[in-house]
Ligand binder design. Structure first.
Ligand code: PHE
Length: 339
């Protein structure tokens, strides 16, 4: 057996191919699946124990010399030849990169930010994991206040003091704690509520809340700001303020916009009334100002808050909130034109 290997070693070491074809034939003959090396290895178990060492070494020598030959005669390449062989044209234009698109929620958020930026509002941001003080207590929602039930809350590790913020009003508290009036700020961000997921609601969504604090700010200023905003965003300025309740504002109101009843869709989405609720608002409760060490006798202000999803769904006629979070490119690519 060993002499057979020796013969093959001799044969391999004398090998000198005429062309690449012959080299390839040699490779298959020696190293292929059914080649000599594999064959000799497969016979290993039949070899007598005291000859195994020598036999193994012989096969390895055969393998080594074959590999050396392959290396020695393989076509010499230099990078330029490689390119020429493949006939690649380096001046050819590359295929276009598929560009991503802005998410509809980002598009609408930025539009809203722009609208308020034009009338002097800056942007404030805060943490999504909040403490009780900023999310509830400072907003005139003391512990055990029944209005806390309006916003079902996710708590962190069962710690009653740490929670996922239920609204970005918490950012307004932080802003008032750190800045002196006059204050004009809007707070965009993600908020969380322990609610069932359906076509109309989700356990998280995005909000933009606004805050205006100065001397002699009145309800008329609030109304004027809202009319300006709805006209800019929706192209419609007929609004109505429906009395409502929020613990942090007094008086409080729900803002409805007159959407019209021009189409069947208008009838459906406004339930036949022509009116649509778009946000909550009110005059900041003096207790909230005092909680942030702002003198409520000298300063007053208004606040408002809206869900970006609701407005996005209205503007793009989206029926189901869940599609906004699925990242389905068939849906998202439709917003290409809106960038
Ligand atoms: N924070 C309220 C909410 O999330 C919205 C709101 C903000 C209402 C400011 C009035 C004033 O529901």
């Amino acid at each position: 057996m060993i002499s057979e290997i020796d013969n093959k070693i001799k044969e391999a070491s004398q090998f000198k191919p005429k062309d690449l074809k012959e080299l390839e034939k040699f490779r298959i003959e020696f190293l292929g699946k059914k080649g000599h090396v594999t064959y000799f290895f497969s016979q290993f178990k039949k070899i007598k124990e005291n000859e195994k060492k020598e036999y193994g070494k012989a096969i390895n020598d055969l393998k080594k010399i074959t590999l050396q030959k392959l290396e020695e005669f393989k076509p010499k390449t230099n990078p330029e030849n490689k390119l020429k062989n493949k006939a690649e044209d380096l001046t050819r234009p590359v295929s276009a990169l598929e560009l991503g698109v802005r998410h509809p929620i980002s598009i609408i958020r930025d539009k809203i930010i722009d609208i308020f930026y034009k009338i002097g509002f800056n942007i404030s941001e805060g943490p999504e994991i909040e403490d009780d003080w900023h999310n509830f207590t400072a907003l005139n929602l003391p512990e055990y206040h029944p209005a806390r039930d309006m916003q079902d809350t996710f708590f962190i590790n069962k710690d009653p003091d740490l929670l996922l913020r239920t609204h970005t009003s918490s950012v307004q508290i932080r802003h008032m704690e750190n800045n002196n009036p006059p204050i004009r700020t809007i707070s965009p961000g993600r908020v969380y509520r322990n609610e069932d997921i359906s076509a109309r609601s989700h356990c998280f969504f995005h909000q933009i809340e606004g805050l205006y604090i100065d001397k002699k700010v009145s309800f008329a200023d609030l109304k004027q700001t809202l009319i300006y905003f709805t006209k800019e965003l929706f192209g419609k300025s007929k609004i109505r303020l429906r009395p409502s309740y929020f613990p942090f504002t007094e008086p409080s109101a729900e803002v409805d916009i007159y959407w019209g009843l021009n189409s069947e869709t208008d009838h459906r989405i406004t339930k036949g009334t022509g009116w649509l609720e778009i946000m909550g608002c009110g005059m900041v409760d003096p207790n909230v100002l005092e909680n942030c060490k702002i003198d409520s006798k000298e300063f007053s202000g208004f606040a408002f808050g809206m869900g970006i999803e609701r407005i996005t769904m209205l503007l793009y006629q989206i029926e189901d909130i869940r599609i906004l979070y699925e990242n389905d490119s068939r849906f998202l690519s439709q917003f290409k034109k809106s960038i």
